[in-house]
Each structure stands twice: as structure tokens, then as C-alpha cells.
Design a protein around this ligand. Structure first.
Ligand code: HEC
Length: 180
């Protein structure tokens, strides 16, 4: 009787620690160096793809198609897509309220972008691990910027003491595999 009881307690503890470990492993398990490197490489490719798409549009922008170009960019940067975003703080924002930084990473990204700096982070968002990065954007990158962003004027950058003409950031995030 006594031994049975001990066995049962041991079995219970074993069961609890297994479920505990599994739960712990799923939620808190730090991603491996390999998984982070994989996500980083994916992010490099994704960045090239996005820059190609954006600069294609900038190159095609003429006074006649500004509104069409704006709509095209808005559709690519659909509000529901949190994996790639254009963010800024200097209104009027073409993306509206959705273009404001929406979490601590994006807040940091915009602050640093205004100094022309890019950042990266490996962090969890809603329980899932991500490789996140931001790329600072300047009005000097293309002469077409001001056609859509009519507030990007020389006076504006002078008044805000922003000789680099930094205006915000492009952000990307890639989920990191934590299964292995
Ligand atoms: C063809 C029009 C067009 C051109 C040219 C353009 N943009 Fe934009 N930009 C947009 C649109 C539309 C959005 C909002 C996208 C969205 O819905 O999230 C946007 C968003 C942004 C944002 C986020 C803040 C905001 O206003 O929503 C930044 C920063 C930005 N663009 C910088 C630039 C820079 C720098 C250039 C030039 C290198 C540039 N843009 C050229 C249309 C344009």
C-alpha cells in the first residue's frame, strides 16, 4: 500500500515535470544560433525584394500617376501585414495612424532612424520569436519622395534641423523556428 502510494506520487511528479518542461520549452526556449542565422538570411532576401519593389515604384512616379502610385504602395504595405511596415512620426503620414510606431521595437526603430541608424532585434511578439530589423529612410534616397510626401520640403528639414532628411523606417520581421 505504502509503496503504491510512493509510486503514484513519483508518477505524478514525473508527469507534471514533463508537461511543465514541454510548456516551458515551447514558450521560453531561446532560438538556436542556426535558427536565428536562417531568419536573418531570409530577412536579407526579403529586404532586397522590398527595396526593388519600392524603387521600381519611385522610378515610375510622375506628376500624373502620384495618386495611383500611392495606392499601389498602400496595397503592398497592407495595414494587416505586420511582417513589413513603413513607419514614421512626422505627419501628415501617408499610411495614417497605422504608420505610427506600434510597439517598443518600432519606437526604438523610429528614434534611431531619425539619426540614420538601423537596428535589429531577436525578440518575442505575442509568444512567437522573430528576427526584426529596421532600415532608416531618407528623403535623399530618391527625388520622387516629395511627389507623394509633399511635406518633405527643404524648409521642413531646415526647420526640424534634420540635414540627413531622415523621415522614418522600413521594418521587417521574420519568424524564427524554435522547434529544434
Ligand atoms: C508613389 C508615392 C510614394 C513615393 C514616391 C514615396 N512614398 Fe513613402 N509612402 C507612400 C505611401 C502610400 C505610404 C503609406 C504606406 C502604408 O499604407 O503603410 C508611405 C509611407 C512612408 C513612410 C511611413 C510614414 C508615412 O508617411 O506613412 C515613410 C517614412 C516613407 N514613406 C518614406 C519615403 C521615402 C524616404 C521616399 C523616397 C525615398 C518615399 N517614401 C517615396 C508613398 C510614397
Amino acid at each position: 500500500m505504502h509503496i503504491m502510494k510512493i509510486k503514484r506520487v513519483v508518477a505524478l511528479i514525473a508527469l507534471l515535470s514533463i508537461t511543465g518542461l514541454v510548456g516551458f520549452g515551447y514558450a521560453n526556449h531561446q532560438p538556436s544560433t542556426e535558427s536565428i542565422a536562417f531568419a536573418q538570411k531570409t530577412s536579407d532576401l526579403m529586404l532586397n525584394e522590398l527595396l526593388a519593389a519600392l524603387f521600381q515604384e519611385f522610378n515610375e512616379t510622375t506628376p500624373d500617376n502620384v495618386e495611383h502610385g500611392k495606392q499601389a504602395i498602400s496595397l503592398i504595405f497592407n495595414d494587416a501585414n505586420r511582417d513589413m511596415r513603413l513607419i514614421g512620426t512626422t505627419g501628415p503620414l501617408l499610411g495614417g495612424a497605422n504608420s505610427y510606431p506600434s510597439d517598443p521595437f518600432e519606437q526604438r526603430a523610429t528614434n534611431r532612424a531619425m539619426k540614420g541608424e538601423n537596428i535589429t532585434s531577436v525578440e518575442r511578439v505575442d509568444g512567437r520569436w522573430y528576427y526584426r530589423r529596421s532600415i532608416a529612410l531618407s528623403n535623399t534616397f530618391h527625388q520622387a519622395c516629395v511627389q507623394c510626401h509633399t511635406n518633405f520640403t527643404p524648409q521642413f528639414f531646415q526647420q526640424t534641423n534634420n540635414p540627413g532628411q531622415w523621415v522614418g523606417a522600413l521594418t521587417l520581421r521574420v519568424p524564427i523556428n524554435t522547434e529544434n
